[in-house]
Design a protein around this ligand. Sequence first.
Ligand code: BV8
Length: 229
Amino acid sequence: MSPIRNIVVLTGAGVSAESGIDTFRDAGGLWEQHRVEDVATPEAFARDPDLVHRFYDARREAIQAKAPNAAHEALARLDAGWPGELLIVTQNVDDLHERAGAKRLIHMHGEHLNAWCIACDTRSRWTGTLIERPACPACGMPGYLRPDVVWFGEMPYRMEEIYAALNKADLFVSIGTSGAVYPAAGFVREARAAGARTLELNMEPSQGSYWFSEARHGPATQLVPQWVD
Ligand code: BV8
């Protein structure tokens, strides 16, 4: 079997679940009787910006009260010590990977703790709320800040870098994701096509389990340190 040099790790909401951040399956549909797909879209924001601001203001506040768990910490150890190429691609908008120490990281769906000004197109670190339509720190215009997250129908961030890493991966590991959302759910097939081995670490079989050469099921705080260490 060829040696493993280049690794791509994909993480989803399940990697932050044991830090107390709800996954979409847990909160799915329960939030004010709306599905995430109905709230996390540009159309929803145009239709009812207060509803969308309430959804993200509540999640931004919740994230800041949480801490990284053993899975985030194990991935940060891998990042610090792996001599080959490593890329952690997270679908999550929380900052728990960074707070655990991960460096080689891409937030393909954006970051909750950033606000995006649609008047001047700049992003600012934002830990407060947006519902009161505050002024943009860069251009001073009030009422043009939205959460800097990728909604359904919007293009995820840094896709070229992600596909370049997948196309030379020797190992692709998917952690804590249901495989429900594209293009992330298709990454395992890209990696397989490049000849990579594929491993799924998840509480239960995901929608894409079929595509993985190996799968281990259980909590991320057990599976990820076991794999890393
Ligand atoms: C795109 C950010 C194209 C905001 C999110 C029609 C029109 C347009 C697009 C589409 C369409 N139909 C389909 C699509 C594609 C669409 C899509 O995939 N839809 C789905 C519903 C079918 N995708 C998109 O729209 C994407 N963009 O396609 O653009 C394009 C092309 C050209 C030009 C322009 C555009 C954008 C998708 C991104 C959406 N934004 N989030 C926010 O976070 O609020 S997605 C959001 O849901 C999350 O970010 C995450 O990605 C996703 C939920 O997935 P998971 O992370 O997997 O979480 P989930 O709860 O589902 O699962 C958790 C898993 O963990 C479970 O398996 C569970 O068992 C496990 N688990 C739980 N606890 C633990 C655990 N595992 C281990 N240990 C534990 N303790």
